[in-house]
Design a protein around this ligand. Structure first.
Ligand code: GLN
Length: 385
């Protein structure tokens, strides 16, 4: 049957993160693997979705996204970052940041193009690149602070570089790039005439006074940046699959061409709810960051108490942990023990590295969970002692 298998799917496996969720369910483990909240979404956003369904918003929205949502997104970027995007030509609503990312890559790459990716990376980027027949050039982020070596970053760029993917606040490390780091990336993108494709879904989940500034706001980058974002993390609706891509008209055209035939459009009634979401006052974002900060502190405490060596995140809602003190052969054996014996699911660190060896003594926990869930996990982690 191999004649029916595309070469494009030969070099990656199914999502390890989602596989961990399945195992957590199977073994009744507390799921701190896949990053999705288990607490309610904002009331006004849910009401807006219900109203849209009751109001028979049942048919396709415009392929680029319902106009009122694109208008509301434009207002949000102006309000939050002083960035102006034309809703008619520069904003495309898609099915989550996942589609935004792959539609962008498919729209701008040709086979053999190189994509610079920081490692560890969110597991989608490599399959995304492989599905485009593009090549990833990896730049290591080094613990404990997950910083990169500017010389290594430079070596990753070449005449074949089509784009660099920037995900800050970062999944899985929780790193928020400083202005200097972003500047270094920006300079190379300009020097090598490369695009910057950003995954900004954790933009509002920040700790310790860290701030988020989109790469598109850096001098010279506005028109070479493809900004990808979604409702999933900021409004806690990962299953709604509503995201957006912001880019200069010429780049938006490339993304739209793929999006049009890939998915036609995101769920129309949920796009209406997106308007209510992006129009929530800034207070919503402040409270979001504070409440995640409390969860982060609780999580770090419970992990340290259980014998882990966690790397404190500056943003997003994951903690990478060193597990070498537990004496397990590798991250996969440890995760299996965690799910089956301890009753808490995490993600093996190797799934965030191209070379699995670099993640062999690391696991990732998420803490986008209710107090009850986190307390239940803390209780079970005592089994490790
Ligand atoms: N972004 C979430 C995570 O990293 C969900 C990922 C997924 O479903 N693959 O856990």
């Amino acid at each position: 049957m191999s004649r029916f298998r595309s070469h494009r799917i030969e070099h990656f496996t199914e999502s390890v993160i989602r596989e961990m969720t399945r195992l957590a369910i199977q073994h009744g483990a507390v799921n701190l693997a896949q990053g999705y909240p288990d607490f309610p979404a904002p009331e006004s956003v849910k009401q807006a979705a219900c109203q849209a369904i009751n109001g028979d918003v049942n048919q396709y929205a415009i392929t680029w996204g319902a106009k009122p949502l694109r208008d509301a997104i434009a207002r949000k970027y102006q309000r939050s970052y002083g960035l102006d995007y034309d809703p008619e030509r520069e904003i495309t609503v898609c099915c989550g940041a996942t589609e935004g990312m792959i539609a962008s890559l498919m729209g701008v790459t040709n086979p053999g193009d190189e994509i610079v990716v920081f490692e560890p990376f969110y597991e989608n980027y490599r399959p995304d690149a492989l599905l485009c027949d593009a090549v990833t050039r990896l730049v290591p982020l080094y613990p404990p602070h997950w910083t990169f070596d500017p010389a290594e970053l430079r070596r990753a760029f070449s005449q074949r570089t089509k784009a660099v993917i920037v995900n800050t606040p970062n999944n899985p490390t929780g790193r928020v790039f400083t202005r200097e780091e972003r500047q270094a990336i920006a300079e190379l993108a300009l020097e090598f005439d490369a695009l910057v494709i950003t995954d900004e879904i954790y933009e509002h989940i920040l700790y310790d006074g860290c701030v988020h500034e989109p790469m598109a706001a850096m001098p010279g980058l506005r028109d070479r940046t493809i900004l990808v974002n979604s409702m999933s993390k900021t409004w806690g609706v990962t299953g709604w699959r509503v995201g957006w891509v912001l880019a200069a008209p010429e780049l938006s055209d490339c993304v739209r061409k793929v999006h049009d035939f890939l998915t036609v459009g995101a769920a129309a009634p949920l796009q209406q709810a997106g308007i209510a979401a992006v129009e929530l006052p800034d207070e919503y974002y402040r409270e979001l960051a504070v409440s995640y900060g409390t969860r982060r502190d609780f999580m770090l405490d419970m992990l340290k108490t259980a014998g882990f060596k966690p790397f404190a995140p500056q943003g997003a809602y994951y903690v990478m942990c060193d597990i070498s003190t537990f004496g397990f052969k590798d991250d996969v054996a440890f995760t299996k023990h965690m799910i089956e014996e301890v009753g808490v699911a995490c993600v093996p660190g190797s799934s965030f590295f191209a070379n699995p060896e670099r993640g062999r003594q690391i696991v990732r926990f998420c803490f986008c969970k209710s107090e009850e869930t986190l307390s239940a996990a803390a209780h079970r982690l005592r089994r490790l002692l």
